[in-house]
Design a protein around this ligand. Structure first.
Ligand code: CP3
Length: 360
């Protein structure tokens, strides 16, 4: 297996020395790019795009053609897994994702099953292989999944939600039912991520987008316990190469110590927490990924540069930082702001890595 030309992401996730801080952006392939909108239009819909390995490969590579990003992320969606379980994913215009068959009672829970990635999710696994071929070892490919709890939010609510009333009603009144869903989801996510790793994903990320909406106690019982189970089931190596893992709980800053102890190599942070404080808390347990406010990209390119400098300084000197936004990039972001961000990370970060090439 030929070596990666740019392995800064993998090294940073493993807290190894790098000459600069690697950068990629959550939702880097998406609607803020006119070329994405053009491919999506050709595909007919977001789902048609995500279900075509060739088109998914095309849009995965689009941001890398424009910007000197240090990683590619599989173009897909976390909701492919519940879709494969037979919930019937669709996107109503302007309403975001929805399911035809939400899971709200014992009868619908009994029908859930762990999808076979080589069957129901074949199109994702094929996309991973095709993207790896197209990348030709330029940068690593990140695979991903939703966390068991975040997937359950969509499965029980039947789509997005303002207050998560349906799933929280289940959590407080029928906790055993929710635990059954989470157990199936955890097994599904393990199989799905391991299949992505076998097909060529070189790092994996678990998106716990909604874990932050839980109470302190419920977060541990219904989100973190299952994320931990997923991490314990992941392949740590493929073809003799380490596959680092990243866990991102939006709104999880208060629980960072517990998240950092859950078994991942890196923890993603949203913009509400100081990277410097986070680093003091996690010490050398995990690498940190983040955490610029995505809305800073609506300011001038000078302001973007200033904010990049502040985030880099907040983490400080030494290895173990992957630059990213604190959440997905907005579809309204000016593409030139992204260029300013990526260039600023590459220009300003070497100052924080002086001596990193010296083994410690
Ligand atoms: O980061 C990337 O570039 C990879 C692609 C990616 C998408 N979704 C593509 C997408 C990733 C990693 C995701 C993850 C995802 N999907 C999450 C977790 C991360 C997060 O943002 O918190 C969640 C919660 C979803 C569910 C989802 N998918 C929602 C809520 C929506 C609609 C809202 C929106 O932003 O449009 C989607 C659709 C979706 N997934 C789009 C893209 C590019 C937009 C679809 C379109 O083209 O219209």
């Amino acid at each position: 297996m030929p070596a990666l030309q740019n392995d800064t992401l993998i090294r940073a996730l493993l807290r190894q020395p790098t000459p600069y801080t690697p950068v990629w952006l959550m939702r880097q392939a998406g609607r803020y790019l006119p070329e994405y909108r053009a491919t999506r239009q050709r595909a007919g819909s977001f789902l048609a795009l995500a279900k075509s390995p060739t088109l998914a490969t095309e849009v995965t590579l689009q941001p890398l053609e424009r910007y000197r990003l240090d990683a590619a992320i599989l173009f897909s969606d976390i909701l492919t897994v519940p879709d494969a379980m037979g919930l019937g994913l669709y996107f109503a215009d302007g309403e975001g994702p929805r399911f035809h068959n939400p899971v709200r009672d014992a009868a619908s829970v009994a029908k859930l099953f762990v999808p076979d990635p080589s069957r129901e999710l074949r199109y994702v696994i094929d996309a991973v292989s095709e993207i790896r071929r197209a990348l030709n070892n330029r940068v690593p490919l990140i695979g991903f999944s939703g966390s068991p709890y975040t997937l359950a939010c969509y499965m029980v609510e039947g789509g997005g939600s303002e207050d998560f009333r349906t799933i929280k009603t289940m959590l407080y009144s029928e906790p055993a039912l929710l635990h059954r869903i989470l157990e199936i989801n955890a097994r599904a996510v393990i199989d799905y991520l391991n299949a992505q790793i076998e097909a060529g994903a070189q790092a994996v990320m678990i998106f716990d987008t909604w874990g932050g909406n839980l109470s302190h106690a419920a977060f541990r019982e219904f989100s973190l316990a299952y994320t931990r189970r997923v991490l314990a089931g992941l392949k740590r190596e493929h073809d003799g190469v380490r596959i680092p893992s990243i866990v991102f709980t939006k709104g999880g800053g208060l629980w960072l110590s517990d998240i950092a102890a859950s078994g991942s190599d890196a923890v993603g942070l949203d913009w509400t927490m100081s990277l410097g404080d986070a680093r003091k808390l996690v010490k050398d347990q995990v690498a940190l990924q983040g955490n610029m406010d995505p809305m800073a990209l609506f300011a001038s390119t000078d302001a973007v540069r200033t904010e990049v400098a502040r985030v880099l300084a907040d983490f400080g000197a030494g290895p173990g930082h992957v630059f990213n936004l604190g959440h997905g990039i907005s579809q309204f972001t000016p593409p030139d702001s992204v260029a300013a961000l990526v260039d600023a990370v590459h220009a300003l970060s070497p100052a924080y890595h002086d001596g990193d090439s010296v083994p410690r």
